[in-house]
Design a protein around this ligand. Structure first.
Ligand SMILES: [Zn+2]
Ligand SMILES: [Zn+2]
Length: 283
């Protein structure tokens, strides 16, 4: 069965009592098990989704904001202690090799100890780091295409399209609305688009109240209002739309109804307002 599970649906790295977890998405398509982004909580969420950590076929990181890769090292270390015996290909922006080696260096006492004391295989070669660039990559029977999205000040930030034998999934990544997204998502069975709620942003900025407008300016030039995500989904003619990386997502004044009303302005098809652990079947 082909499905997408939204493991963590919160936009941004901070968590507080009762909040969702940052971003990671599980793709199960054509027998492949792929993790896209590895925000805090990804390891636990994979297990909760019924996926053994030793079953991962590939990991893709869309960009180097911490809410998308903070748990990459801990995930690989935990998979290693859970019996991972084969190399997992990793695709992501330049900088991930440095992260991986920095993580291994920080954990060297424990890793060296387990090599000697438990007879584990070396951890370092279990992750095979590839540079993610615009273009196409084969992942088993899947074709993964990447385009640069618009997420300033980060330049290496990507949207991803996965094409299997008969299903297509497109993930926007973190991005402002871009004209390239609708053609990129054309005919997808599912578009997972990041989204923010304009009224919630007003409340968020008022609450933070730090005297200037930098937070609002960052959000508005780097992220997508829910109604724009709906417009892109309509233009692309996708079969389903899921909103993900929700901002805000921990303000009790804004509920699922607000997200639905905002998105309904531009999108009339099946809509999923992401929650952590939400599994969306594609069949
Ligand atoms: Zn993010
Ligand atoms: Zn980001």
């Amino acid at each position: 069965m082909n499905s997408v599970t939204l493991l963590g649906t919160k936009g941004g790295p901070a968590i507080r009592p009762g909040t969702r977890m940052p971003t990671s998405i599980l793709l199960q398509m054509d027998g492949m098990t792929i993790l896209v982004d590895a925000g805090l909580g990804a390891t636990r969420a994979l297990c909760d989704a019924g996926v053994a950590l030793t079953e991962l076929d590939a990991i893709v990181i869309t960009h180097l904001h911490s809410d998308h890769y903070l748990e990459l090292g801990p995930l690989m270390h935990t998979a290693w202690t859970a019996g991972l015996a084969r190399t997992v290909p990793l695709y992501g922006p330049s900088g991930l090799a440095r992260y991986w080696h920095g993580f291994l260096n920080a954990m060297s006492f424990d890793v060296d100890l387990r090599l000697r004391d438990e007879g584990r295989p070396p951890l370092e070669p279990l992750l095979d780091v590839h540079l993610l660039e615009e273009g196409e990559t084969r992942l088993g029977d899947l074709k993964m295409s990447a385009i640069r999205n618009e997420h300033p000040p980060i330049e290496d930030s990507f949207a991803l399209r996965f094409e299997g034998t008969d299903k297509i999934v497109v993930l926007s990544g973190d991005t402002a609305p871009i004209p390239e997204m609708a053609p990129f998502a054309l005919g997808a069975d599912l578009l997972v688009h990041e989204a923010m709620l304009p009224a919630g942003i007003d409340a968020l900025c008022a609450r933070v109240g730090n005297g200037d407008d930098r937070l609002r300016i960052h959000l508005e030039r780097s992220h997508t209002p829910a109604a724009e995500a709906g417009r892109i989904a309509s233009e692309a003619g996708v079969k389903r739309l899921a909103l993900n990386h929700l901002v805000p997502c921990d303000d009790p004044d804004f509920t699922e109804t607000h997200w639905q009303e905002e998105t309904a302005k531009t999108w009339a098809g099946p809509l999923f307002i992401g929650t952590d652990g939400m599994k969306i079947p594609l069949d």
